[in-house]
Design a protein around this ligand. Structure first.
Ligand SMILES: *Cc1c(COP(=O)(O)O)cnc(C)c1O
Length: 386
């Protein structure tokens, strides 16, 4: 391979305006960590939305090799993609099944998560015709999102007339407030779910995603369902995040410019410089999931208003100045020694030095949203787990 081989993936990564490094060994470690925290329960892996934006193929295969045998996706197409990388696993589809989708479920051996009476009625007719196929039941215990009402679920458990070909393998519910361990909602949902779990005795039950897993053994039942914790994100508010960071996003400095005190920066002129400044113009913007809300209120208001985000370069935290634009963001690098950085260098948008959730909070959002907004322009590099 010559230095001029333009197809060399490593060279492409080195030269890319935006790059994303995904540490599969950290994701595998995080899964094993959650498996330890799950005690006697089995530990699934939630890989919906392209594994939270990180790539369902590589991430799915990594988690399968780490030992995961239960996976959750949101829609059937995600399950069909995952099947090639998780041959022996159970793949649960959280949005359930609708008429016309039977083929994809049977062909890829996907397990629909039945969440309403309509879906239940349809599924009964499907198994009456095609014979036995596993399903899961989602029961609502207070979230008011998906799930059969509690009383309907309890009635179904007692219904001796239900067809033999109807064979749920899992009953699940989802906690609304598990990120706040002090919320009384957690106990209330736990009590309701215990009734469901008891009524469906002999069938596995599952209540907790990442945050619920941290609430302790009462919340583990037979299967935990972590997602964000596998990707290094923060699951529980106000707790030190014990997970390994798994993603680093970086973007190139296209130029460094000098600007004078009193000048303004970016659209709207919202940020007025209070001192002569050096500005790094960086090749990432809201089209790359570096959300416009990360603009904050600019340097002069930084001490008084909600601060914007910081990037990280050469050992320094550097603040966003002015509005984030579609393809470009401006960082104040005045406090970085001039010879420490140059055009062409990369600013870390988030990663090991600038935690994902710290950046998310600057935009008034959560790490989940930053990851699933990353967009298509990052050159991706996977650090192998194997
Ligand atoms: C997304 C989701 C999960 C995973 O949640 P995390 O907070 O990312 O761990 C688990 N269960 C259900 C039903 C979900 O929708």
């Amino acid at each position: 391979m010559t230095a001029f081989d333009l197809t060399d993936a490593a060279d492409e990564f080195l030269a890319a305006p935006l790059r994303l490094t995904i540490d599969l060994s950290a994701i595998a470690d995080n899964w094993r960590d959650m498996a330890r925290r799950s005690g006697k329960a089995r530990t699934a892996a939630v890989v919906k939305a392209d594994a939270y934006g990180l790539g369902i193929e590589d991430v799915g295969q990594t988690l399968y090799h780490a030992g995961a045998r239960d996976f959750f996706v949101a829609v059937p197409a995600e399950g069909a993609t995952l099947r090639a990388y998780a041959p022996e696993a159970r793949i649960f589809v959280l949005s359930g099944i609708w008429p016309g989708m039977e083929a994809i479920f049977f062909e890829h051996d996907l397990v629909p998560v039945i969440a309403s009476q309509e879906q239940l009625a349809f599924w009964m007719s499907v198994v009456a015709e095609h014979g036995d196929h596993p399903c899961a039941l989602h029961v609502d215990t207070g979230f008011n999102r998906l799930g059969l009402p509690l009383e309907d679920a309890l009635a179904l458990a007692d219904d001796v007339s239900r067809p033999a070909s109807f064979s749920p393998v899992l009953v699940l519910s989802h906690l609304a407030c598990a990120d706040d361990p002090a919320s009384p909602m957690n106990r209330q949902q736990l009590e309701s779910f215990r009734r469901v779990s008891t009524a469906f005795e002999g069938i596995d039950s599952s209540l907790s995603a990442s945050a619920g897993t941290f609430l302790g053994a009462d919340y583990h039942f037979d299967l935990t369902r972590p997602g964000i914790a596998l990707y290094g994100g923060e699951a529980v508010n106000g707790m030190d995040n014990p997970m390994r960071p798994a993603v680093t996003a970086e973007a190139r400095i296209l130029q460094i410019r000098e600007a004078k005190a009193g000048e303004t920066v970016s659209y709207g002129g919202t940020a007025m410089l209070s001192r002569d400044s050096r500005l790094a113009i960086v090749s990432a913007g809201y089209a790359d999931g570096y959300l416009r809300a990360l603009s904050g209120s600019g340097v002069p208001l930084r001490e008084t208003g909600i601060p914007g985000a910081f990037g990280f370069i050469a050992g320094y935290k550097v603040p966003v100045v002015g509005r984030v634009t579609m393809d470009l963001t401006i960082f104040d690098v005045t406090d970085v020694p001039p010879n420490a950085i140059a055009a062409g260098d990369y600013v870390e948008l988030f990663g090991a030095n600038m935690p994902l959730d710290y950046v998310a909070r600057a935009a008034g959002t959560i790490g989940y949203e930053l990851l699933t907004s990353l967009g298509l322009r990052y050159e991706r590099r996977y650090i192998d787990a194997l």
